[in-house]
Every structure is written in structure tokens, then in C-alpha cells.
Design a binder for this molecule. Structure first.
Ligand SMILES: Cc1cc2nc3c(=O)[nH]c(=O)nc-3n(C[C@H](O)[C@H](O)[C@H](O)COP(=O)(O)O)c2cc1C
Length: 312
């Protein structure tokens, strides 16, 4: 698995910024499965003007591209007069009209236990921009007044421990969110087993796309994908009504090719549901043994709101 790429943004332009020092310490403490890039262009962004496009400014276009390609964003920003710093808010305002922060996991670091108002405001802004603020990776650290520089922060026993834990949590949540965003459930809307599987996924906060064979179809490519990632003998449901309705000749001398042809013609021959979780397929569903719990270890771990609201 490639390392998770994080973009770290300090909301302070000050050369001796504690927030910037904190983020440099985060870079130094990142494990090998996390790659943190420090964004240094905040001061080059023009003042936000809704009349302008992102592409009108190379600095804004560059910021947009960096946020877009990052798997997650870490923000450490000071509080100025009980609010978010102007440069930080300005940068976010540029991103409001585009999709850069939509579903983007964000960790909010606070270098000052006193600065609760800016932190709350930042969270509100990011939430309304549809970013995923990850609570388990959003921490307050007693940097202000500590006289620690970046190496002091990285060497401090309890602070460095908290930063390492934050990075572990953020990595885990990002991987969980990526896995969930990749899920597709294939089946037929009115099938009882499919309904039960969907209820389980909804109750456990797992987002997924639902593909109904009846309305969305079954292409040879999709069936080939199923067969490539599973076993056609498991995919073909020989307990189904559709199977029983086949002639003895259709049921006999089964090969993968013949079974695929049958399933392509009669998709209700496919055991339902098929859950595609990106790296594997889970065929069928049973409520026994905790539903999908054993196959989806991240189930229920992400603090994301379940976006799948369609009523069954
Ligand atoms: C103009 C200004 C306003 C500030 N207002 C607040 C404030 O409302 N609440 C607070 O806790 N700290 C406030 N501070 C203190 C800063 O948060 C503190 O200096 C912090 O270290 C700045 O971050 P930096 O070191 O990353 O530049 C303010 C500082 C400045 C310069």
C-alpha cells in the first residue's frame, strides 16, 4: 500500500510561528506509511474574490492541486482576536466553490489550549465545506508558552507521543474512509437478503453505492470482474428459484463459460448480494456472526455521518 499523503497547512505567516514549528515536528515524526508535505504558499494567495476563478491565479491553482491530490490535510492555525487568522480563512474561502475539500479528511491541530474559539470556527467552516474533520486526529497540544522549537517538540516525551498517536489515528481513519468510498453493493432492491445487508451497512456507518442488477444492468465486463475476484461456483446460486426454473440441460455440464453465460442472461442466478470492497468481493450475506463485521474490520470506526439515506 503506498504511503498516505498529507498536506500540512500552518495558519500563521510568522517566521517564528509555533504552529509552523509544530507542523515541522509532525513531518519529522511521520512514520514510513505517512508522507507529510508542508504547504508554504499561504502568504502568496491573493485576497479571495468570488469574481475570479481558481485558474486566474497560479498560486491558487497550485494550492487547489495540492489539496486535491492529498489524502488528508493537517491544519495548525493560531487564534487572532477570537477568530481564525485572515490568511487561513482566505485560503479556505478560495476552496469553497470547488470540490478540493469535499470528503477530505482533515486533522485540526491546536497549539494553544486557550484558543478554543478559532478552533471551533475552523471546524465549522470545514464542516460546511463537506470536509471530514477527524476527531481522533484533532488534538490540542501545550506548545504555546513551552519555549519549544520544532526539534524540542519532536523530542518532548508526551507531546511527541500525542503527535505519533494523532498520525496513527489519522492514517487509520483515512484508510477506512477510502475503503468505504470504494464499496459497491450489487443486488436487487426487493431481495430480503439484500435489504438485510443494506440495513447492516447503514447501521454500521459504511457508505456504499448500490447497484441494482434490474435497473443498472449486468455487463460482461462486470461479470468478468466478479469471476476474476471470486469463484464462479460461489457466485452461481444453485439454491435460487431462477436455478430451479432452468432445464436439466441448462443445469448440466457446467463450466465457468457456461455458468457466466447463464448469469449474464439471468442475473438473478447470481448469489445476492455481492459487496465489492475494492480489494475483494464478499458474496452473500448472513446476519449470523455479526453480519459483515469480520470482513469489514473498520466498520463503525469512522466518525462519518452515513450519507446513504435511501429508505428501504
Ligand atoms: C493579532 C493577534 C491576536 C491574537 N488573538 C488571540 C486570541 O484571541 N486568543 C488567543 O488565544 N491568542 C491570541 N493571540 C496569540 C496567538 O494565538 C499566539 O501568539 C500564537 O502563538 C500565534 O501563532 P504562531 O506562533 O503560529 O504565529 C493573538 C496574537 C495576535 C498577533
Amino acid at each position: 500500500m503506498p504511503p498516505v499523503r498529507l498536506l500540512a497547512i500552518s495558519g500563521s505567516l510568522r517566521a517564528a510561528s509555533l504552529n509552523s514549528a509544530l507542523l515541522r515536528a509532525v513531518v519529522a515524526l511521520a512514520p514510513s506509511n505517512v508522507c507529510v508535505e508542508l504547504y508554504t504558499g499561504l502568504g502568496n494567495l491573493p485576497l479571495f474574490n468570488p469574481d475570479l476563478e481558481i485558474t486566474d491565479s497560479p498560486a491558487v491553482a497550485d494550492f487547489y492541486a495540492r489539496v486535491l491530490k492529498a489524502d488528508g490535510v493537517i491544519i495548525a492555525s493560531p487564534e487572532y482576536a477570537h477568530g481564525v487568522t485572515g490568511v487561513m480563512k482566505n485560503a479556505l474561502d478560495w476552496m469553497v466553490g470547488c470540490e478540493a475539500f469535499v470528503n477530505k479528511p482533515v486533522a485540526l491541530l491546536n497549539a494553544s489550549p486557550r484558543a478554543t474559539l478559532a478552533q471551533a470556527s475552523l471546524k465549522e467552516t470545514l464542516t460546511v465545506m463537506s470536509a471530514q474533520v477527524v476527531e481522533t486526529a484533532s488534538i490540542t497540544l501545550p506548545i504555546i508558552g513551552s519555549n519549544l522549537d520544532e526539534s524540542g517538540i519532536a523530542a518532548h516525551p508526551s507531546i511527541s507521543k500525542s503527535i505519533r498517536a494523532m498520525l496513527r489515528n489519522f492514517h487509520m481513519e483515512i484508510v477506512n474512509l477510502q475503503n468505504q468510498q470504494n464499496h459497491t453493493l450489487y443486488g436487487i432492491k426487493n431481495c430480503d437478503t439484500v435489504k438485510k445487508a443494506r440495513i447492516w451497512l447503514d447501521q454500521n456507518g459504511i457508505s456504499y453505492r448500490f447497484h441494482d442488477f434490474r435497473t443498472d444492468g449486468l455487463t460482461p465486463e462486470l461479470l468478468q470482474h466478479f469471476v476474476d475476484h471470486s469463484d464462479w461456483t460461489k457466485l452461481l446460486n444453485r439454491s435460487s428459484t431462477s436455478w430451479r426454473q432452468l432445464s436439466a440441460e441448462q443445469q448440466s455440464d457446467l463450466t465457468q463459460e457456461k455458468a457466466m453465460q447463464l448469469m449474464l442472461t439471468i442475473p438473478t442466478l447470481i448469489k445476492r448480494p455481492v459487496l465489492d470492497i475494492g480489494n475483494k468481493l464478499i458474496i452473500g450475506y448472513t446476519a449470523k456472526d455479526g453480519g459483515y463485521a469480520a470482513s469489514l474490520p473498520g466498520a463503525g470506526a469512522a466518525k462519518t455521518e452515513n450519507k446513504h439515506t435511501e429508505l428501504l
